[in-house]
Design a protein around this ligand. Structure first.
Ligand SMILES: [Zn+2]
Length: 431
C-alpha cells in the first residue's frame, strides 16, 4: 500500500483558503488578477491540504486526495483550523543592518525638513553611519537579529539585506560578514546585497568620484572573492550618485559575478528606470518619480519594479510610485518594507495594506507583489514565493477566512503560525 508513496514529514490540514500563486516560477506575474492567486478551497469547497518532505513541498491539493500519493503516518500534523494559508512573504528590499535609531528625526520631518535636508545636516544615513561604525559586530548582530525575528513574526521568511551604513571598505565588508552570520539563523533566509553606494561619506564630501574608487574595485573585489554578496545596488539620486557612477559600479559588480539592482527615481526623475532597463538589472526600486518611458522600458526588459509605499509615508513625501501605470504597461510589481532607520517598518502585512490604500493596487496584486514577484526580485522565483511541488516549504497560516482580509485589517498581525523550510519557526522576539 505504501510503496511508491512519498513519506511526508509535515502535513497542514483543514485549510479554508489556500493561496498557491502557482505557475510563475520561471517569470514574474504581470497584470495579476484573482485567478493568478491559484486559490484552492474556499467557502463552498472541500478543505485544502499541503504536505512537505525535507523542507520541500510534496503535496498541494484536497485532504481526501492526500493518501493517494503521500504517506503521512509519521508526519507532524498541523491543523489550520479552516484558516488562510499562503506562501511566506519575501521582503525583497531592506536596509535592516545598522545600529541605533533615529526616532528624534520624526520631529524634524514634522517641522518640514525633507529627507535630503536632514542628510545635508549630517543626520539621516550619515548619523546611522556613525552609530554603525562605532558599534562592535556583536551589537550590530544582536540589534539586527531582533529586527529580523520581529519581521519573521509578521510573516517574512526571506529578507534581502543591504549594507550601506559602513561607507568605507572595512565597514562595508564588516557588515557583509555580519549578514553572513545572520543568514545562519534557522528561521530566516537572507539575501545579501552590497550597497556601498548608498551615500557619500563625509571623508569624500563633494568628491563622489573618489569615493566610487573605493567601491570599484576594492569593496566589490572582496565582496565577490569571499562570496559575501549576491547583489550590488546603487542609490542613483541627485546629490548622491549619478548615471555615470551607477553604470561604473554596476558594470564592475556584474563583471565580478554580482547581480544588479538600482534605487531609481525616488526623489527626482534622473532616468534611473531607463538606465536599469538598459543594464538589465534584476530590480529597479522606489520609482516614485519614474517617467512613463522609464516604466515602459522596465516592463519591456522584464525588470521587476520594487515599490516601497512605506517609505513615501515615513518620508512625508506625498508621492507614491505609479503602481497602476506600471501594471498597465505590463511591468512586474514587487513590494517590500524598505526597513531602515528612516522607515522603520517590519511588517509586510502593513506594506500590503499601504499598497492597496495608497497606491491603489488590488489585494491580489499586492499579495503577488509580496510573494512570487518579490522572490523574482531577488532571483529566487524558481525556489520560493509560491506553494507548488518542489518549492521550499515557507508557509504562513493566518486566522483569516480569505486573502482580502490581509490588507483590510490595517496594521493587524494576522499570523498564527510561520513555517520555515517545513518546520514551525521558533519566534522569540524577546531574546
Ligand atoms: Zn532602499
Amino acid at each position: 500500500m505504501s510503496s511508491g508513496r512519498t513519506k511526508a514529514d509535515l502535513v497542514i490540514r483543514n485549510i479554508g483558503q489556500l493561496v498557491t500563486v502557482s505557475g510563475y516560477s520561471k517569470s514574474p506575474c504581470v497584470r495579476p488578477d484573482e485567478p493568478s492567486l491559484g486559490l484552492i478551497g474556499g467557502r463552498e469547497s472541500r478543505k485544502a491540504c499541503v504536505a512537505s518532505k525535507g523542507g520541500k513541498i510534496c503535496f498541494v491539493g484536497f485532504s481526501n486526495e492526500l493518501s493517494d500519493t503521500i504517506d503521512s503516518s509519521s508526519a507532524t500534523e498541523i491543523d489550520a483550523s479552516g484558516g488562510l494559508v499562503l506562501p511566506g512573504f519575501v521582503d525583497c528590499h531592506t536596509h535592516t543592518i545598522f545600529s541605533g535609531s533615529r526616532e528624534s528625526e520624526l520631529n524634524d520631518k514634522l517641522s518640514g525638513s525633507s529627507y535630503l535636508e536632514i542628510l545635508k545636516k549630517g543626520g539621516g544615513i550619515l548619523r546611522t553611519m556613525r552609530e554603525t561604525r562605532e558599534a562592535n559586530d556583536s551589537r550590530i548582530f544582536d540589534e539586527t537579529r531582533d529586527r529580523l525575528r520581529r519581521m519573521v513574526s509578521f510573516g517574512s521568511t526571506t529578507i534581502e539585506i543591504k549594507t550601506g551604513y559602513g561607507l568605507d571598505v572595512e565597514n562595508e565588508i564588516r557588515l557583509l560578514q555580519v549578514i553572513k552570520r545572520l543568514s545562519e539563523l534557522p528561521e530566516i533566509d537572507v539575501v545579501p546585497t552590497l550597497l556601498s553606494a548608498h551615500a557619500i561619506p563625509p571623508e569624500y564630501s563633494g568628491n563622489s568620484s573618489a569615493y566610487v574608487e573605493t567601491v570599484v574595485e576594492p569593496t566589490i573585489d572582496v565582496a565577490s572573492k569571499e562570496k559575501l554578496a549576491e547583489f550590488c545596488d546603487v542609490f542613483m539620486e541627485e546629490g548622491v550618485f549619478g548615471a555615470k557612477e551607477a553604470t561604473k559600479i554596476l558594470e564592475y559588480a556584474s563583471l565580478k559575478g554580482l547581480e544588479k539592482k538600482i534605487h531609481a527615481d525616488e526623489f527626482s526623475d534622473l532616468g534611473g528606470a531607463a538606465l536599469g532597463a538598459k543594464m538589465h538589472v534584476v530590480s529597479a526600486d522606489h520609482l516614485m518619480h519614474a517617467s512613463s518611458e522609464g516604466i515602459k522600458a522596465l516592463a519591456q526588459s522584464g525588470v521587476v519594479s520594487v515599490l516601497l509605499p512605506g517609505t513615501s509615508l515615513s518620508s512625508f513625501s506625498q508621492t507614491y510610485a505609479n503602481a497602476r501605470e506600471i501594471i498597465r504597461q505590463g511591468g512586474a510589481v514587487a513590494l517590500a518594507t524598505d526597513n531602515s532607520p528612516n522607515s522603520w517598518i517590519e511588517s509586510m502585512q502593513l506594506i500590503i495594506s499601504l499598497a492597496c490604500y495608497l497606491t491603489k493596487m488590488t489585494p491580489a496584486e499586492a499579495l503577488i507583489g509580496a510573494t512570487i514577484n518579490a522572490a523574482h526580485a531577488v532571483s529566487r522565483g524558481s525556489k520560493l514565493g509560491s506553494i507548488e511541488l518542489g518549492k521550499q516549504c515557507d508557509i504562513l497560516i493566518m486566522d483569516l477566512s480569505n486573502y482580502q482580509e490581509i490588507p483590510y485589517r490595517i496594521g493587524t498581525n494576522n499570523i498564527s503560525i510561520v513555517i520555515k523550510d517545513g518546520v514551525v519557526a521558533e519566534i522569540n522576539v524577546q531574546s
